[in-house]
Design a protein around this ligand. Structure first.
Ligand SMILES: [Zn+2]
Length: 195
């Protein structure tokens, strides 16, 4: 940040009185511009028929990580709930109509100042279509998932947990809720420092 969003005066990075870390502070109107982590919210849409389970993934049309596969997800907007954000992002990116299930993963991505949340979801039908931020949307069984071409570590982790839980469910277990920390970006072709 270079200029105050309240009065357009240049800001300086200083530790405000009573605070313990540097903030962008306006020398003219004294506004302290706090910067806090952002929430990225998405869903893990599932379709099951004839005993075969598939998950819906979107091929990203936009940077970062254009051309790589992701679960439908995006930044939470003001005035919406986390569940509303998950449904909206799934509709926008995949044109998919879901019944939202329980919150499934919470992943801290502290190195990019983000927290990612994914809900389990059931596809109501197969009338999905790529939205403006997607090149392609399709269903994948576990063995079809493009593991080497996933966009972000939070996507990989959420899918890994899902298929591992899936095995336990056959033995009477449940999906449960997973909270974990991602400490480094994906390592694959087309290096990116984004989550
Ligand atoms: Zn100002």
């Amino acid at each position: 940040m270079k200029f105050c969003s309240e009065c357009a005066h240049p800001v300086a990075l200083v530790v405000p009185e009573g605070d313990n870390r540097p903030r962008h502070v306006c020398a003219q109107c004294a506004t302290i511009h706090y910067e806090n982590p952002k929430l990225v919210i998405g869903s893990l849409p599932v379709w099951e028929s004839d005993g075969e389970l598939k998950v819906l993934l979107c091929k990203r049309a936009i940077e970062p990580r254009a051309g790589y596969w992701t679960l439908p997800a995006g930044f939470m907007e003001n005035r919406e709930t986390t569940a509303e954000a998950a449904i909206r992002e799934t509709e926008e990116e995949a044109g998919a109509n879901i019944e939202l299930g329980p919150l499934y993963t919470l992943l801290n991505v502290a190195y990019v100042h983000q927290v990612h949340l994914f809900y389990l979801a059931r596809l109501r039908d197969l009338d999905y279509a790529a939205g403006i931020e997607s090149l392609e949307v399709r269903m994948f069984s576990e063995r079809e998932v493009p593991w080497d071409d996933l966009a972000f570590p939070t996507i990989r982790k959420t899918l890994e947990l899902f298929f591992a839980d899936r095995l336990k469910i056959r033995e009477g277990g449940s999906y449960g809720f997973h909270s974990l920390d991602i400490t480094r970006p994906m390592r694959s072709a087309g290096q990116s420092t984004d989550p």
